[in-house]
Design a protein around this ligand. Sequence first.
Ligand SMILES: [Zn+2]
Length: 144
Amino acid sequence: MVCNRFQIEGMKLLDGEMSGEEKRVYEAHVQSCEECSKELKDMGRIVQFTNELRLRKPDDEFWPNYWRGIYRRLERGAGFLLLIIGMTAVTLIAIHRAVTSPEFFTPTGIGITIALVGLAVVFLSVVRERYHEHKNDPYKGVEQ
Ligand SMILES: [Zn+2]
């Protein structure tokens, strides 16, 4: 069986020139037509095709959860970023003050500098550990 609907409708779809109703009709056809389904797959667009249609009827649960998830991730990411920026700024200012202070080369100044460097190293190591835990946690976002 040879079908030539792809030549017209398939191309229209790929060019984004189809209305919602036309897409629905054509998708129904693609599901039962090997020719069109194969052509679309070859163009690597069948996935996009079905996704677009799925987005048209959002699930009641899907969108609130989707936005909540994004918000939570953004919130944590922003908090984390601000924390790192703040700590870095404070450390840099402290180092600058220490280096420009006339007391820098006294035992007290050197002691404080070593303590500050140690603090920064510990902080960075904790940050790195948390980051890797977060990245590798397979149950991320799941209440345990
Ligand atoms: Zn067809």
